[in-house]
Design a protein around this ligand. Sequence first.
Ligand SMILES: O=C(O)/C=C(\CC(=O)C(=O)O)C(=O)O
Length: 296
Amino acid sequence: MAAFQMDRDWLVFHPSPSKPTFRAPPGAVDAHCHVFGPGDVFPYAPERKYTPCDAPKEKLWELRDYLGFERNVIVQATCHGADNRALVDALKASNNRARGVATVKQDVTDAELQALDAAGVRGVRFNFVKRLVDTTPREVLHSIAERIKPLGWHIVIYFEAAELHELYDFFTSLPTTVVVDHMGRPDVTKPVDGPEFELFVRLMRENANFWSKVSCPERLSKTGPDAYDDVVPFARRIVETFPDRVLWGTDWPHPNMKSHMPDDGKLVDFIPRIARTAELQRKLLVDNPMTLYWSR
Ligand SMILES: O=C(O)/C=C(\CC(=O)C(=O)O)C(=O)O
């Protein structure tokens, strides 16, 4: 019997995604995905808010190849807490084709940070989504930021759009490159030029150290599955306004999706709708992630 029982309402990743029509440029990077477990090798964290299905590295490599991508950036998910063993295992097995974003606690040692760096970690994630994590005091986050800065790492932040007002000054005080997950999770029923999304655009415009992932239409859309038309204007605006500071990822294996499980092939076919020229596509999928993750 498996060591962990996935949540009753857990949706397992798509068993047979469609082949995308869009062909990603050579060297394309899926810059936001996760590995989960397997739980009997890499146990899920006691403090986790959900128990997923196992989503091991071998499945991720299979998907990468099937979708026509060459590299992955694996982001530590909250179900593994600050235990980065599954992430490190995947990075080491990737043949230099994966980089990582870890979660660390304040008591992480310099030797542990060095080991993560050697494995291919290039950033830490600060998660502010209340259903996923308990709050970490800002002074703790600041001290982690100062510790990782000398390594040349960046900080990935994950939050809900409604929280941005409150978090804005803290975010802009961070001393490294900062990457925002999923465009700050806009409410796409609101106007793309309304006050809520304008605040996010302002964050990007006034702070050249901020980058955005234009990922997760399946999470943001109210009209999905598959077409995700309502997300297009938001992602397109960010890609066209900040072409050198955007990243794209599948978000496989799509943790906590409740409405439906996306077809990863359809997610790839979303790319040319938000990045409409070959140049924008190359920046989004190759140049930008290579700069951030593979410069050494
Ligand atoms: O995969 C994502 O980006 C989104 C998640 C999960 C997550 O971030 C985590 O568990 O750390 C979500 O919205 O539930």
